[in-house]
Design a protein around this ligand. Structure first.
Ligand SMILES: Cc1cc2nc3c(=O)[nH]c(=O)nc-3n(C[C@H](O)[C@H](O)[C@H](O)COP(=O)(O)OP(=O)(O)OC[C@H]3O[C@@H](n4cnc5c(N)ncnc54)[C@H](O)[C@@H]3O)c2cc1C
Length: 467
């Protein structure tokens, strides 16, 4: 059978890592794979998806011998770089409903709401300190084009008897965020923010405590499939009965998955601490805030008073080759800084100390997909989190555990399992060239709409071609 070749990440230099990782001096805690080893389940990737899969399998079948192979260190990928915004899938209920139907959509949305409660329990019990603050998730508009972006999700939730969101007035938003720029929106109360790298490293510790073996600095270079697949790293070979691919955007190296995945970059900046200034403008709590522009803007303040501003850049690479630009872009976060100063002019003199980027694994339906590789029923994958993973990966872990353990239950039967109903994307070079044209149009549309100006017909048409 043909070998499956992977394309491991380009590790970020320490100075290019996220503020979150640098502030806790995150490092590898386990040794690389050396020589040959065996296990029941091998997991490729030590981010939220890999860790939650390991933990859920251990919940059901504690005797399972699980080994995680992580290219860099656990949390070095998107899980330690993200915006730290915690919200449920109710925000995507319209997309879920279209893909999986009403009953599964509700089940999956409730499961992410339960996952948020599980995170709260981990935090309050002292099992995992992730600086979780459930002060709400605000979905807001700061220009006319953004007004009502939440309409489909808000109205569907109400129609289905779920009061997950509340409407916000201009005064509410000002009181909660200290900025008058956004003037309409909704809030999900049982949502908020975390320190994402603390969460990632805490999951690594929990997995080790449950007896999961982890080898960091162990990029998997290739997998020889078969009844007992062999995973090869530079230092050794791991032989397993089943394999879980939880390597996020880097899975786009597998041609079968590349057809359904596209990788875009998202960029984040963090300021120096400015707690007194934030007190003065009354931005005091741990809510996560999102501005509904096309290149979605997301922000929070940390407990220490750093301001975090993240933004989808739409940046892409030919053949989805994730190079060093996906760790840190040369633009030094200029777009994010401009947006931060638009929303908070008071921050003009506060230095930005960190900027970093990360790859986002996108699917046309904007929802993850779980399955096994077409010709390999013992090689499973979880991919396509589309920039929303903190409350979603615990649910992904349930789905993956059921698939790996061969259970026939609500998780293995749910509508996110199975790639056949997903949309195939165009091949290269059409994909890259098309994406560049569409990206430019989206950027132009976005920039005009922020200023309440209307883009021309061609720009609107091209921007509308985005999946
Ligand atoms: C900039 C940014 C902002 C985001 N903001 C938010 C947010 O505010 N809220 C939210 O909910 N979600 C957010 N997300 C999304 C969220 O971070 C992801 O959905 C989530 O972390 C996905 O977890 P994962 O385990 O699939 O991926 P990752 O954390 O990327 O883990 C995959 C791991 O696989 C490893 N790997 C890759 N190839 C190999 C190989 N060949 N061998 C071994 N290991 C390999 C990588 O090193 C990596 O550690 C954001 C993402 C980014 C990039």
């Amino acid at each position: 059978m043909r070998t499956i070749t992977l394309r491991p990440p380009v590790a970020a230099a320490r100075k290019d890592r996220s503020y979150w990782l640098q502030s806790i001096e995150a490092e590898a805690a386990t040794s690389p794979l050396q020589g040959s080893a065996e296990c029941d389940v091998a997991i490729v990737g030590g981010g939220y998806a890999g860790m939650w899969t390991a933990l859920r399998i251990k919940e059901h079948a504690p005797e399972t011998r699980i080994t995680v192979l992580e290219a860099d260190f656990c949390g070095s990928g998107a899980s330690g770089r993200n915006g730290g915004q915690v919200h449920s899938w109710f925000a995507e209920i319209d997309m879920l409903l279209a893909l999986v139907g009403e009953s599964d959509a509700l089940m999956l949305c409730e499961a992410t709401a339960d996952a948020i409660e599980e995170l709260r329990h981990l935090q309050t019990s002292g099992a995992l300190d992730m600086d979780l603050r459930l002060d709400g998730w605000l979905w807001t508009a700061s220009s006319t084009a953004q007004e009502g972006a939440w309409g489909a999700a808000y109205n569907l939730c109400r129609a289905l008897g779920k009061e997950r969101f509340r409407l916000l007035q201009r005064g509410d938003i000002l009181r909660r965020t200290g900025s008058g720029v956004s003037y309409a929106g909704i809030v999900e109360d049982r949502a908020g923010t975390v320190q994402p790298a603390k969460l990632a490293l805490g999951l690594r510790r929990l997995a080790l405590e449950k007896g999961v073996t982890i080898h960091e600095n162990s990029p998997v270079l290739e997998i020889a499939p078969g009844p007992r697949p062999h995973l090869r790293t530079a230092g050794g070979t791991l032989c397993a009965s089943k394999v879980v691919l939880a390597a996020n955007a880097w899975l786009s190296a597998i041609p079968e998955l590349h057809s359904y995945l596209y990788v875009v970059s998202s960029q984040v900046v963090a300021t120096a601490p400015a707690p007194e200034l934030l007190e003065r403008i009354r931005w005091t709590d741990g809510a996560s805030i999102c501005d509904a522009q096309h290149h979605v803007l997301y922000y929070q303040r940390t407990p220490g008073g750093e301001v975090i501003f993240g933004r989808g850049t739409g940046g892409i690479a030919f053949g989805d080759r994730i190079d060093g630009r996906f760790n840190r872009d040369s633009g030094k976060g200029a777009d994010n800084i401009r947006e931060m100063h638009r929303v908070y002019p008071e921050l003009k003199d506060v230095p930005v100390l960190y900027d970093w980027s990360g790859p986002i694994d996108c699917t046309a339906q904007h929802l993850p997909v779980f399955d096994h590789l077409r010709d390999h029923p013992n090689i499973f994958y979880a991919v396509g989190f589309n920039g929303t993973g903190i409350a979603q990966a615990p649910v992904a872990g349930r789905i993956m555990a059921s698939l790996v353990l061969g259970y026939d239950d609500v998780w293995s039967r749910c509508g996110l399992v199975g790639i056949n109903k997903r949309t195939r994307l165009p091949p290269e070079p059409l994909r890259y060239l098309g994406a560049r044209v569409v990206r430019r149009a989206i950027r132009r549309k976005n920039d005009l709409e922020i200023l309440n100006r209307k883009p021309g017909r061609l720009t609107r048409f091209l921007a509308g071609l985005a999946p």
